[in-house]
Design a protein around this ligand. Structure first.
Ligand SMILES: C[S@@+](CC[C@H](N)C(=O)[O-])C[C@H]1O[C@@H](n2cnc3c(N)ncnc32)[C@H](O)[C@@H]1O
Length: 151
């Protein structure tokens, strides 16, 4: 168990730096991680979130839903502008996705290395947990597509 989860997240980023490009998926709520990367060895920084936010100079922002499949084409193209080693930050985002495995598979295909952190439930702890749900008539769009990899 980590005493300071923020420090643990910074320590993980240190292991992935330096990097030509760092992409923070879901950064608006807490931009401190991409800011840290930009000050500690990331040549280029990109934040992706569907909510607008304030980011320091040197961090590019793209307002986008990264659970949509077009993220893969978008980042393929983006990476031609910032070639080289690419590190993805995926901190506390998976539990917010309707099809977390599908999103994870897509996002992993866009980066070379990843820092991933996700909350887990403490056994016997608070019984409240957010499980994504979606109205039945919208489920077609959210259901993970068959991948052939058995996920
Ligand atoms: C719980 S916060 C995590 C913030 C930060 N990464 C951290 O570890 O503290 C989740 C962030 O991801 C964004 N987000 C969640 N799902 C998203 C999606 N599908 N597309 C874009 N942004 C998303 C939210 O707007 C929010 O800023």
């Amino acid at each position: 168990m980590f005493k300071d989860i923020h420090q643990a997240k910074y320590d993980l980023i240190d292991k992935g730096l330096p990097s030509d490009l760092v992409i923070d998926f879901g950064s608006t709520f807490r931009p401190r991680y991409i800011e840290y990367a930009s000050k500690n060895g990331a040549k280029n920084c990109l934040s992706i979130d569907y909510q607008k936010g304030d980011f320091p100079k040197g961090v590019e922002f793209e307002q986008m839903d990264f659970s949509k499949d077009r993220i893969v084409q978008f980042l393929d193209l983006y990476r031609t502008k910032a070639p080289g080693k690419c590190l993805g930050l995926m901190y506390d985002i998976l539990l917010h996705q309707y099809g977390p495995l599908h999103v994870l598979r897509n996002l992993l295909s866009t980066v070379d290395h990843v820092c991933l952190g996700n909350p887990v439930l403490k056994e016997g702890g608070d019984p409240c947990v957010f499980l994504p749900s979606v109205p039945e008539d919208e489920q077609g769009e959210c259901t993970p597509q068959p991948t052939g990899y058995g996920v």
